[in-house]
Each structure stands twice: as C-alpha cells, then as structure tokens.
Design a protein around this ligand. Structure first.
Ligand SMILES: Nc1ncnc2c1ncn2[C@@H]1O[C@H](COP(=O)(O)OP(=O)(O)O)[C@@H](O)[C@H]1O
Ligand SMILES: [Mg+2]
Length: 262
C-alpha cells in the first residue's frame, strides 16, 4: 500500500538548535497517511507532535529522513496542507463568516473577490452554515466556529487537513460534542486528516489509525490500524480495553534507547 500513500514520513528526525542546546524533538519517525484516513498521532506532552506537524506543514525541515506529499518532497508551506488551530480563535472577529471563509482563497489561491465569495458560500453549505454567512463569529457557538474553520480550510481544497490538539482547551462535554461534530463532517466529506493529541480517549474516539510516539524524543512505539479501532466508540465495552492497551504501550514498557539531547 505504500505506493498509494498520500503523505509519507520516512526516518524523520527533527531538531531545534538554540544558542546552548540541540534539542532532538523526534527520532527516525516513519508513518504514512492514506486518502480519507483519520490519522492520529498520539503521545505524551513534549514528544514532538507539534514539531512533526510543523514539518508536515513545511515550516521545519527534517535533519534526517524525508516527508513527501503525493510523492513530492515538502519544501515549504502551501495551501495543500491546511492547519486548523486550537479553539478556532483564528477567525477574524471583524469579518463576517462568509468573509472569513473567502479571505484565504483570495490570498492563497488569488481568486477574484466574487469567485472567492461564491466558493465560500458553497463551502458553508457543505457544513450546513449557509444561513449564518452574514453574521460575525462572536455570534456562533464553539461547534459552529469549528465548522467555519473547517469550511475555510476545505474551501482551499487541501490534500490534507492538519489539526494540532484543537480541542485541548475545552471542557470535557464540549470536547465530546466537538469530536462528534468533526466525525460527522468527516463522514459527510471524507477529507484526509492528520490529528495530533495527547489524549488516549480522543485518539480512540477519532482515529481510524493511531501512531503512538514515545516520550521525548518521539519515536514510533506502535501503530494501531482499522482492525483494532473499527467502530469502537466510548459506549463500546472494547473502548476501555483499547485505551488500557494503548496506555500500557505508551507507559508500561521501557522506552527504546534514543540519543540524549546534546
Ligand atoms: N522552538 C523551539 N525551540 C527549542 N525547543 C523546542 C521548540 N519547540 C519545541 N521544542 C522542544 O521540542 C520538543 C517537542 O516539542 P513539541 O513538538 O511541542 O511537543 P508536543 O507537541 O508533543 O507536546 C520538546 O522537548 C520541546 O521543549
Ligand atoms: Mg504540541
């Protein structure tokens, strides 16, 4: 299946150089994301999840290994990889919902205003927010803001949607609701998503595949696939078993040897 992978990371080592230190964030990480995957990267805080997403986004180059999208090496940021950030507060409060969705199409795709607005309207329809096109973001619920942020990203027709712990700051109930809404959107639209989280429950709830990373520096510990995860939601008796198994995989065994930070 490797040849069909949309996004392929091979032996990816990522580092930060500060004045005194060399910090190794991830060490020789391999994974591949296929079209329409709900691919989750799961690991403890500081294991390099955000750093990996930055590299996929084209903001950071691997010191070792390679990342390719549809067979092409990633050489910088581009509208093919849209990042959806935490809390969706990236919506511009002085622009209407339609304006928010249209704006990046004008900037990133250089579309004329009228075409951008037409496409924005269509994108809002797909997430069932067409009636809210002319209101301002502060009038929307959290779930609606998420749908706007996703409509805005999807309007650019990205090959993959990158999400870095978008629900981390939310209370448990809202978080559940947002996960549900995201899953419904995915069922409807089938986009490819690469979702980062440190929550085992969230990974199991959302993922069609889960990559487990060890603590700092992040290395691949295991990968769980559809056969392990299919249809297991929090009401399923297998849910607890699965989360315990993942917990043991992440924290139960000695970590693999990895070079310490220089
Ligand atoms: N800009 C930076 N400069 C130096 N070190 C960094 C920087 N950003 C992150 N790190 C370090 O890289 C490691 C991985 O960080 P990060 O990718 O943010 O982890 P995660 O998202 O999994 O919590 C951590 O040890 C962190 O302290
Ligand atoms: Mg992070």
């Amino acid at each position: 299946m490797n040849s069909a992978a949309l996004l392929e990371a091979q032996g990816v080592t990522l580092q930060y150089k500060t004045q005194q230190h060399l910090v190794t964030a991830t060490y020789r990480v391999d994974f591949s994301v296929h079209k329409s995957d709900r691919f989750v990267i799961l690991g403890p805080s500081g294991c390099g999840k955000s750093t990996l997403l930055k590299a996929v986004g084209g903001f950071l180059k691997p010191v070792e290994g390679s990342i390719t999208l549809a067979g092409r090496p990633i050489s910088g940021p581009g509208p093919g990889r849209m990042m959806v950030f935490q809390e969706f507060e990236q919506l511009m409060p002085w622009k209407t919902v339609l304006g928010n969705v249209a704006f990046p199409m004008r900037v990133a795709r250089r579309l004329p205003a009228r075409e951008a607005r037409e496409r924005a309207r269509a994108a809002l329809e797909t997430v069932h927010l067409a009636p809210f096109a002319d209101v301002y973001p502060h009038m929307l619920s959290g779930g609606m803001k998420m749908r706007v942020a996703i409509a805005r990203a999807l309007a650019l027709e990205p090959e993959i949607l990158l999400m870095d712990e978008p629900f981390a700051a939310l209370d448990a109930l809202t978080r559940r609701q947002m996960q549900q809404e995201l899953f419904e959107l995915w069922k409807m639209l089938g986009f490819t998503m690469l979702f980062v989280t440190h929550s085992i429950e969230e990974a199991v709830t959302l993922g069609s595949r889960i990559l487990l990373l060890t603590a700092h520096p992040g290395q691949v510990r295991a990968e769980l696939n559809a056969a392990d995860l299919d249809g297991v939601d929090s009401s399923d008796p297998r849910f607890g078993k699965l989360t315990r198994r993942i917990h043991d995989l992440l924290f139960g065994a000695a970590l693999l040897a990895a070079p310490a930070d220089a």
